[in-house]
Every structure is written in C-alpha cells, then in structure tokens.
Design a protein around this ligand. Structure first.
Ligand SMILES: Nc1nc2c(ncn2[C@@H]2O[C@H](COP(=O)(O)OP(=O)(O)OP(=O)(O)O)[C@@H](O)[C@H]2O)c(=O)[nH]1
Ligand SMILES: [Mg+2]
Length: 433
C-alpha cells in the first residue's frame, strides 16, 4: 500500500513550481493526493503563513494524507509547529529527508548504506543540539530528564559520525588504490555526471554496447553489466563501471548518482566517496537533458557546475542528450543560449544511439595526452616480461635488439610511463648487483 502525500511549497516571489518535488515524492513511493503553494516571505514560526498551515491541515484531513512533503528547508521548530496543527500522526517531510528516504530505499551496497546513515546523522545532529540546549535552558522540572537524554543523544550521534567517517575513509582509500591500479594498467577513467534523470545510465549502455570489445571481460571484479534506466529520479545510487573502447585508448566508463539542486553541503559531503569516481576521473561527461526548457537546462547546468566546481580535477565535455525529442532549430537555439555554461557540446540520443560515434571520438580527443618514452633496457631474464607489459599497457612504436640491450620506444599514459621507468630501473639494478 503506497503512502499518500500532500506536497507543499513556499516561494518568496513568483510562482512555485512543484514538478520536481512531485517527482521526488513519487520516487520515494508516495502517491500524491493534494498540492498547495504559497508566495510570501518566510514565517519564522511556521515557514508558511499560519493561515496557510490551517489550510494544509484541512487538505490533509480531506484527502486522507499520511504525510506532508514540503519543498523548503524547514527548521526544527517550524517542523514541530507545522506538525502540531496537522491531524493525528501526519508526518512532515522536507526536501532533504525525502531525498534521504529515497537514498535509504535504494542503498544496496555497504558503502551506500554507510553514506545514507552518515547523512541521516548529520541531519539529526543540529536538531539534537537544539533540543538539548532548549531543555537545558528550560527551568521547568518536567523538562530536566529530556535535557539529559538529549545531551547523551548528541554525544552518541557525534561518536557514530566519527565511526562511519572512518569506515568510509577506508573504503575511499581502497577505491583510490583501485583507480591508480587501473590507470597503471593503461585505462583512462571516464565518468558520467549530470542531473538526476538526464540519461546517464542510458548513455552508459550505448557507449558500452557500441564500444566494448569483450562484453564479458571480467578483468575487474566490480564491472557490472547492467546500468538500470528508468524515468524516475535517482534510479542510480551506487557506481557502475564498464569497459568501452574509443579507438586507441582503453576506457573504463563509470556511471553514478545524479546531482540535484538545493542540497545542503553536508548531504553532498556524505556522498563524497561515490562522487570521487567523478571528481577523480580523467574526463567527465556532463550529461544534460536537452528536451527540457532552456531555463530548466540552465538551472540544472548551474547545479552540476556547482557540485563539480570545488573538487573536480578533470576536463568536462557537455553532452546534450535526448535529441530525439528536439528538432534541429530548437537544438541550435538551446546550444546558442547555453554556450557559456555548455561550451562546444556534443549532441546525442542515448535512446536511439544517434551521434554516439561522435561522442566516442570526442572522448578520445579530450583525454589527457599520452607521453612518449624511449627506454634502453639491459638484456636480462626479466627484460622480455617488461617489454610485453609495455605492449599491454601502451603503444609500442619501435623495438630494437642488440646483443646485450633492447631499445623500446612507446607512447602511454603518464602513470604507465612512470611505472615502466621504475621497472626498467629495477632491471638495471638487478644486472649491476
Ligand atoms: N527520449 C529519450 N529518452 C531518454 C534518452 N536517454 C534517456 N532517456 C530516458 O530518460 C529517463 C532517465 O534515464 P536514465 O538513463 O535512467 O537517467 P540517469 O541520468 O541515469 O538517471 P538517475 O540514475 O535517476 O540519476 C529514462 O526514462 C530513459 O529512458 C534519450 O536519448 N531520449
Ligand atoms: Mg542512472
């Protein structure tokens, strides 16, 4: 049986757009039974105007809603005040708790579960602090017990946060090591990023289906053949990596959780180790749903750039997706209007596969350049295994054998060149020992 929700939103001016909060509520499993909006400045006690909250209460009673989903930041006291006007045990859910709810439902891996738990605790901490200080200030005897309880709750939350952070740090370290190993194996790491529902997973399947030389390559343990797509927000929560070949380069493509606007810093921060697969990639494909209005595309692009801004290390290629839903003139207009936020984009359809070839070429062109290297190797028992290692991880251009040495000229990514040099150094050391 699905939960029934009334969605509500307040804006300072203009008119409130409920489309995203509706989608979020549905993604969390709610059936939407009522809607309410208000344009006015924030009320300190009720967030909405008090009269509007009475209206909300009547609407909940009339529609039999189980919850009120509010697309605003609702402070702990406002939350309490709104709740006290609503019928019986109506739940009040704000945008962040709703998103956390969705994430909690989708979390399949240990990492995702820890991240959700961390975000929940970070959400709860200031509320517990507020309660504890309120109870402490309050002289009435009936509140003293509450004060003690909440203070210990606060300590408890802090200890749990510290523990989960340590666990997540350990996971992040492991993943960093794996990225390094993959790079040393000659792979370029390309990440799909973008607003939720932009079509990242659909595009992932196109690129992998188009480009994978060996679909069943089990070179890496976490390569997952499926990247689920659905017309629903936050279909993808964890990360999926697949192999794709764009020509000369070996590419590992990673699909991950989508971005969304108006998330508090601590929530984004809780998902840092998942987002690291984007932040630490060699190239980011920023996927945008080009079938939406210019204004929506602009807002979503700004959110994406904000999310990427501080940590991202890689060059970004903007991908205008879903061009099967847009005619050529409209696409050109959007391209022009958004050229500052989305310079030189590639326009594709993940659904039909249109222009995906051009995207592959672009990936190849934008990946960081390979380095040229010439190594003079002594002829030892180990030399041929180094030569074949270089063949596996780069492109050998020239190979020349003398009686007691081998000259090897090749191109490879900087990490591979470095490793080859180190291995060559070891050969020399063995020989002179
Ligand atoms: N018409 C059309 N629909 C598309 C295209 N690409 C994706 N879609 C649809 O858009 C919806 C979202 O696609 P996903 O691939 O799940 O998007 P996502 O970015 O991975 O979304 P999340 O994982 O939820 O963040 C699905 O219903 C897709 O079928 C496209 O090129 N054209
Ligand atoms: Mg997805």
């Amino acid at each position: 049986m699905s939960r029934r929700a009334v969605v509500a939103k307040r804006v300072d001016d203009g008119s409130a757009d409920l489309s995203e909060i509706r989608d979020l509520a549905r993604a969390a499993g709610y059936e939407i039974v009522g809607e309410l909006t208000q344009t006015r400045e924030e009320d300190a006690a009720f967030m909405f105007g008090e009269g509007k909250v009475d209206e909300l209460a009547a609407l909940v009673a009339e529609t039999g809603g189980d919850a009120v989903v509010v697309d605003n930041r609702v402070g702990p006291y406002q939350m309490y005040n709104i709740g006290s006007k609503l019928p019986g045990d109506t739940e009040v859910v704000d945008r962040f708790t709703l998103i956390l709810d969705i994430f909690g439902q989708r979390a399949r891996t240990k990492k995702a579960q820890l991240q959700v738990e961390l975000a929940e605790l970070r959400y709860e901490l200031p509320r517990a602090e507020a309660k504890a200080s309120l109870a402490k200030r309050d002289e009435r005897p009936g509140f003293m017990g509450l004060g003690e309880y909440d203070e210990s709750r606060e300590q408890d939350i802090k200890a749990q946060i510290a523990r989960i952070k340590r666990e997540l740090d350990a996971i992040a370290e492991k993943e960093e090591t794996r990225r390094r190993e993959r790079r040393e194996s000659g792979f370029d790491l390309v990440a799909l990023a973008g607003y939720t529902n932009a079509g990242k997973s659909t595009l992932m399947r196109q690129l992998a289906a188009d480009l994978a030389v060996d679909e069943n390559d089990d070179l890496h343990p976490d390569l997952d053949p499926t990247a689920e797509s659905e017309d629903r927000l936050f279909t993808t929560l964890g990360t999926t990596t697949r192999r794709a070949e764009t020509g000369t380069r070996d590419v590992l493509l990673t699909d991950t959780v989508g971005f969304i606007s108006d998330l508090p810093h601590w929530l984004v921060e809780s998902f840092k180790s998942t987002l690291d697969s984007v932040y630490r990639a060699d190239l980011v494909l920023l996927v945008v749903d080009a079938s939406e209005s210019i204004e929506t595309m602009r807002e979503k692009l700004v959110t994406c750039h904000d999310t990427l801004y501080e940590r991202n290390e890689a060059p970004i290629v903007t991908v205008l997706n879903k061009i099967d839903k847009v005619d050529a003139d409209e696409l050109e207009e959007k391209r022009r209007a958004l050229s500052a936020l989305a310079p030189n984009p590639v326009a594709v359809s993940g659904r039909t596969g249109e222009n995906v070839d051009a995207l592959s070429e672009r990936i190849e062109a934008e990946l960081p350049d390979w380095q040229h290297e010439r190594l003079l190797l002594p002829m030892t028992e180990e030399t041929m295994s180094l030569v074949s290692w270089v063949y596996d991880h780069g492109h050998v251009e020239h190979e020349e054998y003398d009686d007691d040495s081998v000259t090897l000229e090749f191109e490879a990514r900087p990490a591979v060149v470095e490793k080859a040099r180190a291995k060559a150094g070891e050969l020399t050391a063995i020989e002179s020992a």
